[in-house]
Design a protein around this ligand. Structure first.
Ligand code: PGA
Length: 248
């Protein structure tokens, strides 16, 4: 059985004091136990949020990392630095990083391997642009992203990796992929994993949907067989909405 996983991706929102306020509000409320809850907060809030999450079941994530342990990479954050804070997950290859910060399949692959080496679980994002969907090449694009991301990644690590299918045209736009379409794409990703790693891995890997997930569409998405969770952006910035999503 795959444990559902719902992650809030705060992106570049919330100062330290705002992060503390939001986490306190989330902790106060009941969050259903069967769902693994993850908060991906800005680097500057990780340390304090980690302290607040102690004694709760909520997991902590970073939103990006470099692949080297240390070195002359001004402005970057290494897996070692994140590991010492005690993060559980790291989002890797988010479309905004691909779109605005030149993230490539090759760097996504390096980051996944580096995260795993340090016991950090990657949440690997894949997804097509509107143009790619309109050209009807979205399936090949996403399959290719998966193949490249997992190049040289050991089968034993499949249980530690989460994939987030996030069609770029649905992120922050209010447009959600229909639950059928999201399910179809998650199924395609699962098949791609099966193709590389075999049946067991195919049934083990957890796949989230992301893109305008809200309290009123989460239930329908989670009812779909191939969707194991959600990566939630905008709606995770509001405690009530995020709690309603987790308690779908
Ligand atoms: P959104 O963002 O929920 O605001 O569409 C999702 C994401 O980018 O992870």
């Amino acid at each position: 059985m795959r444990i559902p996983i719902i992650a809030g991706n705060w992106k570049m929102n919330n100062t330290l004091s705002q992060s503390i306020d939001l986490v306190k509000k989330i902790i106060e409320k009941y969050l259903r136990e069967e769902v693994e809850v993850v908060l991906a907060v800005p680097f500057t809030s990780l340390y304090e949020v980690k302290k607040l999450l102690e004694g709760t079941k909520i997991k902590l994530a970073a939103q990006n990392m470099h692949w080297e342990d240390k070195g002359a990479f001004t402005g970057e954050i290494s897996p070692l630095m994140l590991k010492e804070i005690g993060i559980d997950y790291c989002i890797i290859g988010h479309s905004e990083r691909r779109q605005y910060f030149n993230e490539r399949d090759e760097t996504v692959n390096k980051k996944i391997k580096a995260a795993l080496k340090h016991g950090i679980r990657p949440i690997v994002c894949v997804g097509e642009t509107l143009e790619e969907r309109e050209k009807n090449i979205h399936e090949d694009i996403v399959k290719n992203q998966v193949v490249k991301a997992f190049e040289g990644v050991d089968k034993d690590h499949i249980k530690d990796i989460v994939i987030a299918y996030e069609p770029i045209w649905a992120i922050g736009t209010g447009k959600t992929a229909s639950s059928e379409e999201a399910n179809k794409m998650c199924s395609l990703i699962r098949e791609a994993i099966g193709h590389i790693y075999g049946e067991e891995a195919k049934n083990t890997i957890r796949i989230q949907y992301g893109g305008s997930v809200k309290p009123d569409n989460i239930k329908e998405l989670m009812e779909k067989e191939e969707i194991d969770g959600a990566l939630v952006g905008g709606a995770s910035l509001n405690a009530e909405d995020f709690i309603d999503i987790v308690n779908y």
